[in-house]
Design a binder for this molecule. Structure first.
Ligand SMILES: Nc1ncnc2c1ncn2[C@@H]1O[C@H](COP(=O)(O)OP(=O)(O)OP(=O)(O)O)[C@@H](O)[C@H]1O
Ligand SMILES: [Mg+2]
Length: 362
């Protein structure tokens, strides 16, 4: 168990800036998720923490000890990879025992620990099998058992569930989370699946282009996105964005476009009163646009042009004049394409961004 601190970590591969000044504090025993699109630097960050990759500059500390120049074996970390990195020619038992054998633990201790890890992962009946005789989910459990058998200070996992089918992924998600809580091992977990991030992480670091865009709890990331990138990346379907002009009336602030004239809620207008620019970007999540009237609801009248029925929910694409907006409504409501419709935007849930910097203004 350890606290992990990264200080201004940069990693270049030739001209490619894979990590562009990462500052991150992973508190002891916490489960931190690195979330971001392909190529944003998640794996590179994990490999730098493990020591498999050397940083170009910056420092990494485990419990206050500078480990930046230590090789992987001196860092007390374990890593689980996306592909099941289990050795096909070894039985499950030998696979799990391997890290202990390398470190020359005595036989009895190895037996006890392998049994302990295998029981935790519910694979103790598979110890005599070869990996080829296991399902994908079982193989990944073996990889996790091997990663925890030495009780590392830091556990690193790089998209460990992405090769599993949807059902198994959901199951393993909660199992891994429970296992981490039970062991209390400080964990950094990479995914590009936002549901995985939201359900597993104590904290989420949203990354893009080698930078951390926001570091917060799942609630903060969803309710208070720091910028347009995070706002657009978290949430499905994606947040609607609307370019509007700010108009100041007597004590009131309005958001105006060709299609809307929204009276800005009081708690936001205080923050926007001194904003010098004329234009802002409004953000509204599809799940905050309702079919029935809500308190502080702003009516959006338009025409349905497309709807996707997902079962429990229906995703409605509609147009208010030329503005395309997406709403998420209960699946039992049927709206005809081409029909006119009135939605209510919950103004207490809107976001306001500076279109130039992308930063949240509220
Ligand atoms: N060994 C390498 N040599 C050169 N460039 C690399 C190397 N490893 C990674 N990169 C580059 O660094 C950037 C970050 O890559 P990284 O693998 O960390 O992304 P990622 O977020 O893990 O993506 P994914 O979700 O696709 O796994 C990418 O532009 C990638 O092409
Ligand atoms: Mg990766």
């Amino acid at each position: 168990m350890a606290q992990v601190i990264l200080e201004n970590v940069k990693k270049y591969f030739g001209q490619v800036k894979a990590l562009d000044g990462i500052d991150l504090i992973v508190k002891d025993q916490k489960f931190v998720v690195l979330l971001g699109p392909s190529g944003c630097g998640k794996t590179t960050l994990l490999r730098c923490v493990s020591g498999l990759e050397k940083v170009t500059s910056g420092r990494i500390y485990f419990d206050g000890q500078d480990v930046t120049d230590l090789p992987p074996r001196s860092r007390n970390v374990s890593m689980v990879f996306q592909s099941y990195a289990v050795w096909p020619h070894m039985r499950v038992y030998e696979n799990i025992a391997y890290p202990m054998k390398i470190k020359k633990y005595d036989r009895e201790e190895i037996e006890n620990k392998v049994e302990w890890a295998a029981k935790l992962l519910n694979i103790h009946e598979l110890l005599d099998r070869y990996p080829a005789q296991l399902s994908g989910g079982q193989r990944q459990r073996v990889a996790v058992a091997r990663a925890i058998v030495l009780e590392p200070a830091v556990l690193l996992m790089d998209e460990p569930l992405s090769n599993l089918d949807a059902l198994l992924r959901v199951m393993m998600r909660s199992e891994l989370k429970k296992l981490q809580e039970r062991l209390g091992t400080t964990t950094i977990y990479v995914t590009h699946d936002q549901v995985e991030a939201m359900t597993m992480g104590d904290m989420i670091a949203v990354m893009s282009a080698g930078k951390i865009q926001q570091y917060g709890t799942p609630e903060e990331i969803y309710h208070k996105p720091a910028n347009l990138f995070v706002a657009g990346f978290i949430g499905s379907p994606r947040m609607n964005f609307l370019e509007v002009e700010i108009q100041r009336g007597k004590g009131e602030v309005f958001f105006i476009s060709e299609s809307v004239k929204i009276t800005c809620p009081l708690k936001l207008s205080d923050k926007l009163r001194d904003f010098p620019q004329k234009r802002v970007t409004l953000g509204m999540r599809p799940e905050h646009i309702h079919l029935s009237r809500v308190e502080s609801g702003y009516p959006l009248r338009g025409e349905v042009y497309f709807s996707e029925r997902l079962g429990a929910d229906t995703i409605v694409h509609f147009k208010v004049d030329e503005e395309k907006i997406v709403a998420k409504i209960p699946g039992d409501v049927i709206l005809e394409e081409g029909g006119s419709v009135e939605f209510f935007l919950d103004l207490s849930k809107i976001h306001v961004f500076d279109p130039k910097t992308g930063r949240s203004l509220v």
